[in-house]
Design a protein around this ligand. Structure first.
Ligand code: UFG
Length: 339
């Protein structure tokens, strides 16, 4: 049985990916420093899968600590989720972002190379595209200069993986450019756990519906879009998790066309903020009070994916609808209230 190291596996995307990897027959080891997650991640993974998944609490940027993990287990592949992800925080604390997000990746690659790991999957982001002139964005759409240090760490992370896989024979890499992940596992045992006031739309909506926030602010209705609110591509977390399984399968089956590949992971369907709020209200039969306010600085008008390359090459496709994602998001929010 092939073994996969999931760095940052206690978090939102990492915990869902761990579940899907185990479901696909992989052995998983979760490593996380719990800086933006909690033990409820690995515990939820164990409950859902019935597997006693090993969890190691350690700083993924610390070569000694991560080295110990590599002494204990031999890995066939590794997935790097161990990164900070707040855009505004990255603007006020750039060094924190460069240090953590890049050091943890370099440390992983150094160890992976020495220990003969075959492939690395890197969590990249649609943010590398900025606001493209032509939509949907394909993998050939130019990367624009990053608007935040967070975005810069994703671009540099891709380059680090590209250069490393070019230089070190036997090491393969896949970068997955996520669009907007939403939803939760249908068991409601794992989901997104935002700290403080959520910056992302769906956690803010679920907290507003739950009465934790009085109202949602919709940032701008004067964008050049059909209803004036911004367009994004919201991808279900379980579908996104399964894209990682497909990427690991591809690397381990030596099906890659080159040492380093990039795939967009999105639905290909643009959804406006208003459409998302209205869909959430309809699907869950719950009210979300909202008010239109000024645009949020740094936001782009529209971004959605052409994910046909992932469909063709990874054998992956979107299986969950927006309705389903918004229903699991709400179930997860309600389960938090009962804990
Ligand atoms: N929005 C609101 N109100 C809120 C929160 C968000 O109207 O309270 C709007 C935003 O203005 C945007 C849309 O909802 O139009 C989606 O916002 P999110 O913050 O959920 O997602 P973004 O597309 O802004 O952020 C995503 C990723 C980041 C990435 C960023 C780059 O979550 O990781 O794109 O722009 F860096």
């Amino acid at each position: 049985m092939a073994r996969v190291l999931v760095l940052g596996g206690a978090g939102y995307i990492g915990s869902h990916t761990s579940v899907e990897l185990i479901g696909a027959g992989y052995e998983v080891v979760i490593v996380d420093n719990l800086s933006n997650s909690s033990l409820s991640g690995p515990e939820g993974v164990r409950k859902i899968t019935g597997v006693d998944v090993p969890f190691v609490e350690c700083d993924c940027a610390d070569p000694q600590a991560l080295g110990k993990v590599f002494e204990r287990w031999k890995f066939d592949a590794a997935i790097h989720f161990a990164a900070y992800k707040s855009v505004p925080e990255s603007v006020s604390e750039p060094l924190k972002y460069y240090r953590n997000n890049l050091d943890s990746l370099v440390t992983l690659l150094e160890l992976a190379r020495i220990q003969g790991v075959h492939g690395i999957v890197f969590s990249s982001s649609a943010t590398v595209y900025g606001q493209p002139d032509i939509l949907p964005a394909t993998e050939q759409t130019p990367r624009l200069p990053a608007l935040s240090s967070y975005g810069a760490t994703k671009q540099i992370g891709e380059d680090i993986l590209r250069d490393s896989t070019a230089a070190y024979p036997g090491l393969k890499g896949i970068a997955l450019r996520y669009f907007n992940p939403i939803g939760a596992h249908p068991s409601a045992l794992i989901g997104e756990l935002p700290r403080g006031v959520p910056g992302n739309l769906v956690p803010f909506i679920t907290q507003t519906a739950a009465g934790i926030r009085p109202e949602l602010s919709i940032f701008g209705d004067d964008y050049p879009t059909p209803d004036g609110t911004a367009l994004r591509d919201y991808i279900d977390i379980v579908d996104l998790a399964r894209a990682h399984v497909a990427a690991v399968n591809r690397m381990l089956a030596s099906k890659q066309k080159s040492d380093y590949e990039v795939f967009n992971i999105g639905t290909g369907r643009p959804v406006s903020v208003l459409e998302l709020v209205n869909t959430f209200q309809r699907v869950n039969d719950v009210k979300v009070p909202f008010r239109i306010v000024a645009r949020r600085p740094g936001d782009i008008a529209a971004l959605w994916a052409d994910a046909s390359l992932a469909e063709r090459e990874l054998g992956w496709k979107v299986e969950r609808s927006l309705d389903q994602s918004l229903s699991t998001s709400w179930a997860w929010q309600k389960s938090l209230a009962q804990q």
